[in-house]
Design a protein around this ligand. Sequence first.
Ligand SMILES: [Zn+2]
Length: 92
Amino acid sequence: MNFFDENDLEILRNANEERVLDDVELVLRERTDLCPCRDCRLDMVALALNNLPARYRISAGHGIHRTDISFSQVRAAVIKACAIVKRYPHHR
Ligand SMILES: [Zn+2]
Protein backbone atom coordinates (compact mmCIF):
# COMPACT_ATOMS: atom_id res chain seq x y z
CA MET A 1 0.00 0.00 0.00
CA ASN A 2 1.16 3.51 -0.68
CA PHE A 3 0.29 6.84 0.91
CA PHE A 4 -2.61 7.49 -1.47
CA ASP A 5 -4.17 4.08 -0.81
CA GLU A 6 -3.87 4.42 2.96
CA ASN A 7 -5.19 7.98 3.25
CA ASP A 8 -8.45 9.52 2.17
CA LEU A 9 -7.22 12.61 0.34
CA GLU A 10 -10.80 13.64 -0.46
CA ILE A 11 -10.96 15.31 2.96
CA LEU A 12 -8.10 17.68 2.12
CA ARG A 13 -9.47 21.08 1.19
CA ASN A 14 -7.92 24.37 0.17
CA ALA A 15 -9.80 26.80 2.40
CA ASN A 16 -9.56 29.44 -0.32
CA GLU A 17 -11.70 27.34 -2.68
CA GLU A 18 -14.93 28.16 -0.86
CA ARG A 19 -14.00 31.82 -0.48
CA VAL A 20 -13.22 32.15 -4.20
CA LEU A 21 -16.34 30.23 -5.25
CA ASP A 22 -18.51 32.50 -3.10
CA ASP A 23 -16.83 35.65 -4.38
CA VAL A 24 -17.11 34.64 -8.05
CA GLU A 25 -20.85 34.16 -7.47
CA LEU A 26 -21.12 37.62 -5.90
CA VAL A 27 -19.20 39.28 -8.71
CA LEU A 28 -21.29 37.51 -11.36
CA ARG A 29 -24.46 38.81 -9.70
CA GLU A 30 -23.12 42.37 -9.83
CA ARG A 31 -21.64 42.33 -13.33
CA THR A 32 -23.79 41.61 -16.35
CA ASP A 33 -20.81 41.99 -18.71
CA LEU A 34 -19.38 38.63 -17.60
CA CYS A 35 -20.47 35.28 -19.03
CA PRO A 36 -21.95 33.18 -16.19
CA CYS A 37 -21.73 29.81 -17.97
CA ARG A 38 -20.19 26.79 -16.22
CA ASP A 39 -16.95 26.90 -18.24
CA CYS A 40 -16.35 30.59 -17.58
CA ARG A 41 -17.16 30.22 -13.86
CA LEU A 42 -14.71 27.34 -13.51
CA ASP A 43 -12.04 29.25 -15.43
CA MET A 44 -12.55 32.26 -13.13
CA VAL A 45 -12.27 30.09 -10.02
CA ALA A 46 -9.18 28.25 -11.28
CA LEU A 47 -7.39 31.43 -12.32
CA ALA A 48 -8.19 33.20 -9.05
CA LEU A 49 -7.03 30.21 -6.97
CA ASN A 50 -3.78 30.04 -8.93
CA ASN A 51 -3.10 33.63 -7.92
CA LEU A 52 -3.67 33.04 -4.20
CA PRO A 53 -1.55 30.97 -1.82
CA ALA A 54 -3.11 27.61 -0.96
CA ARG A 55 -4.48 27.12 2.57
CA TYR A 56 -5.07 23.40 2.98
CA ARG A 57 -6.99 21.99 5.89
CA ILE A 58 -8.85 18.81 6.75
CA SER A 59 -12.52 19.19 5.89
CA ALA A 60 -13.63 17.50 9.12
CA GLY A 61 -12.50 20.62 10.94
CA HIS A 62 -9.13 19.78 12.40
CA GLY A 63 -5.86 21.01 11.11
CA ILE A 64 -4.05 24.28 11.16
CA HIS A 65 -6.18 27.27 10.22
CA ARG A 66 -4.55 30.32 8.79
CA THR A 67 -6.63 33.32 7.88
CA ASP A 68 -3.91 35.62 6.62
CA ILE A 69 -5.61 36.21 3.29
CA SER A 70 -7.92 39.21 3.38
CA PHE A 71 -11.21 39.70 1.58
CA SER A 72 -9.58 42.35 -0.60
CA GLN A 73 -6.89 39.87 -1.69
CA VAL A 74 -9.56 37.34 -2.65
CA ARG A 75 -11.59 40.00 -4.45
CA ALA A 76 -8.52 41.28 -6.34
CA ALA A 77 -7.69 37.76 -7.54
CA VAL A 78 -11.32 37.20 -8.61
CA ILE A 79 -11.55 40.52 -10.49
CA LYS A 80 -8.27 39.81 -12.29
CA ALA A 81 -9.47 36.31 -13.22
CA CYS A 82 -12.80 37.67 -14.50
CA ALA A 83 -11.00 40.16 -16.74
CA ILE A 84 -8.84 37.42 -18.25
CA VAL A 85 -11.79 35.08 -18.84
CA LYS A 86 -13.82 37.92 -20.37
CA ARG A 87 -10.99 38.69 -22.77
CA TYR A 88 -10.09 35.06 -23.55
CA PRO A 89 -13.19 32.87 -23.07
CA HIS A 90 -12.98 29.22 -24.07
CA HIS A 91 -16.05 29.72 -26.25
CA ARG A 92 -17.26 32.26 -28.77
ZN1 LIG B 1 -19.02 31.43 -20.80
